[in-house]
Design a protein around this ligand. Sequence first.
Ligand code: SAM
Length: 281
Amino acid sequence: MLSYQHAYHAGNFADVHKHLTLFAVIDYLLRKKSPVTYIDTHAGRGLYPLAAKESQRLLEHREGVERLWQAKRTLNDPLLRQWCDALTSLQPSPATLTHYPGSPWWLHQRLREQDALQLFELHPGEHRYLEDQMLSENTTRTYGDGLAGLMQRLPVATPRLCVLIDPSYERKDEYQEVTEAVELAMKKVRHAVVMVWYPLLPAGHHHTLLEGLAGSGIRKIWRSELSLRSPGEQRHGMYGSGMLVINPPWGLDERLAAAMHEVTPLLGPSCYYHAEWLVGE
Ligand code: SAM
């Protein structure tokens, strides 16, 4: 029984971290002409009107994307500026932030003719919203389990593959299931760029994922974390956002560090960013 709905959290600080990383990775992949297949295993709705009752309940976007939106004219970092320009292009009225896009949109907005996008969503209600999104012809939307779907689709027809795994982690087992899925996927497509998002919670469940992948034999796993506060300062709820990138494009580390240098002061006085290799070359 799935109860998580991303609409309650859309545009929060974790989305900013996740989608900025995704945006930067796509930007590197577009430097070559060879086709890319993108697979988004946990797609969500694709688009979130911020006036909707779900977004208005917790108002998490106010502590996330809205901080960047308000500062966008003074931002210096080129990646951040590009990201805000993309976000502006989505708004029905460019002066006002009324919508926040999910990963399907961030992936779709730079899809070229030669690329393909495959989206999976298991929640029937969320999938119905996803079906309503205007996405390009080379996109498929599947109502079904994303990790099983990923296994079925590999290897892909294109020379390059980029995967986003962004579960809701409603069950603790998901950390182990993601670890196993990534191991299998990397056996099938060794050169794939795979991104895995995870929450930083006081209970530390993400260590199952990190330790599992660190011991898997997979090389080049880069770990990036944005924390609103240190773990000891909070007993409940998510205090930070983590992202693993396997086979990260060269230069991603410095580019995101520069962007995050401008993002962290906007998100609060205790906010900090840290990135390192979980497993090197
Ligand atoms: N990736 C989205 C984004 O960045 O905008 C947010 C995804 S949200 C964190 C997780 C989504 O996964 C939810 O919409 C949930 O319904 C869906 N989900 C949960 N279990 C799933 C599964 N086994 N396969 C596919 N989707 C699943």
